[in-house]
Each structure stands twice: as C-alpha cells, then as structure tokens.
Write a protein that binds this ligand. Structure first.
Ligand code: NAD
Length: 285
C-alpha cells in the first residue's frame, strides 16, 4: 500500500488532520476549493511547523521535510487515483458530504473516511461505490493535541476496514475507540448531554456559569467545564447536534430555550467573542 493521504477541506479540522498525517510521514494532498481558505491554511501550516522548531520538537530540516510532504490542491480532480486514505472534512451538510464522498470514492482509495460529528455513516454510505471501505474517522479539535480518534463502523463497513482504521490511528499517534453508527456516536451523545444539562442549570439559577464549570473541574476532574467547552465548540454547533439527537432519541435532547435564544442573538461562544463567557483575542476573560 502506498502512503498517499488525501484530506478534503482545509478548515479547522482538515488542516489539523493534514498536519498530523504529514508529521507522521505521509505524503499529503490537502484539497480546498476556496482559494482564500487555501492561502490561510498554507500560512497556518507553515507557522505550525515553525512552532515545532521553536519548541525543540523537530529540527529545521525535519520541519521542512514535513512541510514539503504536504501540497494543496484546488480540486479532487487533481488527485491521482488509488491513494491509501481519503478523509473528508467539509462542512456538516449531508448533501455536500455525499457529493464529495462520491467523487473521493471514484479515486478508489484503500480507506475512505468521514470526519462527520453527527451524520449517520450508514446514510452517507448509501449509493457509495465500495461502501465496505468507508467509515467514520472522527478526529477532535485541535487535531495535533487531542489523542482520541473515534472510529465509527457503519452497517456496510468491512472488518478489515475497521482494522485498517485502528492501525492508521496508531500510526498517526492517536488512541482509537471503535463505536457503532448510532446518532451522536459515543462522544457527542455523552458530551452534549452534559452540556445541555449545564445550560438548563444556568437557566434555573443553580449557580453562575463559572461556578458550574468549577464544580465539574474540581469535583469530577474534568479538564474543562461543560459551559466553557460549549463556548469552545460553538453554541450553534451544539444546537445543531442537539437537534439531530432530539430527532433520534426524543426530548431528552431538546435544546434548552436559553441555548436557542443565545444562538439567535449571535452569542456563539469563543468565535463570536461572547457565549457563557466573554472572549477577547481568543482568550477567556
Ligand atoms: P470548516 O468550515 O472550518 O472547514 C470546512 C472546509 O471545507 C472549508 O475550508 C471549505 O471551504 C471546505 N470545502 C467545502 N466544500 C469543499 C469541497 N467540495 N472540496 C474541498 N473543500 C471544500 O469546518 P470544520 O470545523 O473543519 O468541520 C469539518 C467537519 O469536521 C464537519 O463535518 C464537522 O462536523 C467535523 N468536526 C468539526 C469539529 C470542530 O471542532 N470544528 C470537531 C470534530 C469534527
């Protein structure tokens, strides 16, 4: 098997996946249709590798070799057939993902993965060429810092594909969990449960957001409280996932009115400067 690795979408997640794959020795093609986004990704990748040199993790030659292993492409049509891996990380819209996956499958990769946070792998696989080679590869943000890779096994995924994904995770320095293709997988279902309950507690006046977070950090050893985490993920993203889970599991996942209200007001968390906390220059105030 060759080691060519293709990542589609150079946003928050695709950039991180490409960076980690190139750092692990893969030749990476990062496909981005938006020229502005592609330029931003290129600059960000250069600065990420500069930082590894400043921190003494790589010497300058090693960092340059990683940078050289990664090239940007403007379309999947520019990628040669039969890469080892294709991972799509385009926005969380089923129709867009289906179109990208169909084009990616035509390249006949040994392994085809989707970084979806909440869309059913079975639904994405419907009509796909070679669905037995397709599964969820759910990385976490920031990809270079988060050890977990959630490997989501769809109804048509072959056991060899799951084994290959677990081996790939380890090559990328990740620690995988293998989960069934049920809505919210393992991470979103549990994480969103905690986040929604914390928001209901703010609405009930149980305590201030900072104290609810502190209770979970000090009392339960969570590294970040559920409300700060909601700010980091984005309230809009959490609302979308809550609605997907509500459709699947019923009203225990009904988004709290406070969440709906905050999203309508544009209080989306870190990215908008205001959520349960105020953020300035990416720093919680
Ligand atoms: P993003 O909006 O930052 O990036 C998506 C990129 O895909 C954009 O640069 C866009 O221009 C590009 N794109 C759109 N259509 C394309 C196409 N046809 N070909 C190539 N590029 C295309 O999104 P993101 O936050 O990186 O999320 C990507 C996926 O990862 C989503 O499915 C999301 O649910 C999932 N995810 C996100 C996070 C997170 O914290 N952001 C965490 C885990 C999983």
């Amino acid at each position: 098997m060759n080691d060519r690795f293709v990542v589609v979408g150079a946003g928050t997640m695709g950039l991180g996946i490409a960076y980690v794959a190139a750092g692990a020795g893969h030749a990476v093609e990062l496909v981005e249709v938006d020229p502005g986004r592609a330029a931003d990704a290129s600059a960000k990748l250069t600065s990420l590798w500069e930082r590894t040199v400043q921190r003494g993790k790589l010497d300058a030659d090693e960092a340059a070799a990683c940078r050289d292993r990664l090239v940007l492409r403007a379309a999947l049509s520019e990628v040669a057939a039969e890469p080892a891996v294709v991972v799509e990380a385009v926005p969380e819209r089923p129709e867009l993902k289906r179109a990208v996956l169909a084009e990616a499958a035509a390249l006949r990769p040994a392994l085809l993965g989707s970084n979806t946070s909440s869309i059913s792998i079975g639904d994405l696989a419907a009509g796909l060429d070679r669905p037995e080679r397709f599964l969820g590869l759910h990385f976490f943000n920031p990809v270079w810092a988060m050890a977990l890779l959630e490997v989501v096994v769809g109804p048509a995924t072959a056991p060899e594909t799951t084994d290959a994904a677990v081996a790939l995770a380890r090559r990328l320095g990740k620690d995988p969990v293998v989960v069934r293709d049920l809505p919210g997988f393992a991470t979103s279902r549990l994480g969103v449960t905690l986040g929604l309950e914390a928001i209901r507690m703010v609405a009930d006046g149980v305590a201030a957001p900072a104290d609810i977070d502190k209770a979970m950090v000090l009392g339960y050893k969570h590294p970040v409280g559920p409300l700060e985490l909601t700010d980091l993920v984005g309230l809009d993203v959490r609302l979308d996932i809550a609605r997907t889970l509500q459709a699947a599991y019923g009203d225990r996942f009904a988004p709290p009115p406070l969440l709906v209200e905050m999203v309508a007001q544009g209080r989306l968390g870190k990215k908008s400067g205001q959520g349960f906390y105020r953020w300035e220059g990416g720093v919680k105030q």
